[in-house]
Design a protein around this ligand. Sequence first.
Ligand SMILES: O=C(O)CCC(=O)C(=O)O
Ligand SMILES: [Fe+2]
Length: 364
Amino acid sequence: MNMNPKLRPLWKRLLLTVAASGALVYKALHLPTSILPRDLRSILTNWEYETFWMLIKSRFTKAYIDQPCYFKMPKVIESKVDVAPEYRLSKQELRDFYEQGFIGPFDAFTPAQMSDFKQDLEARENRLSETYNFVTPRDQHFEMPRMWNYFKTPAITERLAQILGPDLLVWRAQTFYKRQGAPAIQWHQASTFLCEDYQDPAIYPVDRSEIFQVTVWIAVDDATPDNGCMRFAPGTHNSIKPVKFGGREGFFNAMYTLEFEQQAQPLIEVPVQAGQFILFTERCIHGSGPNLSGDRLAFNMRVIPTKVPAYPNKKYYRSIYQGGKYWLDKWGVALLRGEDRYQLSRTIPPEDLERSRPSIRQAA
Ligand SMILES: O=C(O)CCC(=O)C(=O)O
Ligand SMILES: [Fe+2]
């Protein structure tokens, strides 16, 4: 089932509602899925009852933005590793992360380093990705040793480790070439990144009530309220919300409105200076305003503990909201910190990233 996130004509929505009801009954009866085509098998396996039910009861006008999951606040809020004092998160910072869903900004690089790096990013902006064979701002770290080396900066990795544990993988990176006049990035959130093709998650945490993924967002230019710095709805990482298809604002190609009480939340804008970064769980509702002034370039990486598999048994995925079919044969997770004792995902050896020569080692 192809899930274009736009409002369809009524007759199509009714047909889809009947089809989804049939699929829900099939799932509830635990009928065999091995005989079904892959797309349908994925949907029956990965869509929760709640996912089906939201579509059915709204007659395909609403859907959960991602795989539903509910955050459980840890009983004790404490760092998962001991790190050098200069990188230690204070008790209050840790508490803020778990309560709000984001923290920062923190210092990592100088503005001069970033303005020099900006030239490298701009040189790549319209270049064919060797990983995916089309122009995409995703996963440039496979081809830019400098980006990979920036990711490994202790100011970043040591703070991440206190939240996610000592052994960490990068599974995705993205550059945001947000220029003057660029529209807002619509409010959004993600859990297991089922939102990407609405068939399979990208990552498979054992316990979805934990923090199992953190995004590191690094400013290349100063990000200000004027040029569309990031903004967050604190505390909204507690659950995954539904979207209403259609609307005026877009998240890249997808037009939708995320259903949450915008007025009820104290929304927080986070200005970030070039070379600083923010840490957040993608489950926390976030986005950024339109760019009304100069450039606002930034790049991110998405990080998981080694015990979380990424794209197991997946050959390619499609991105509904960004467009494009991403073949995964040259993609892999890369070890950012510690050791990978689990080996659950296709892996790119870090030496290859340092030298920019990706070679793929299949998970055992
Ligand atoms: O750069 C932005 O404005 C949005 C970034 C974002 O949504 C992300 O890094 O997950
Ligand atoms: Fe995001």
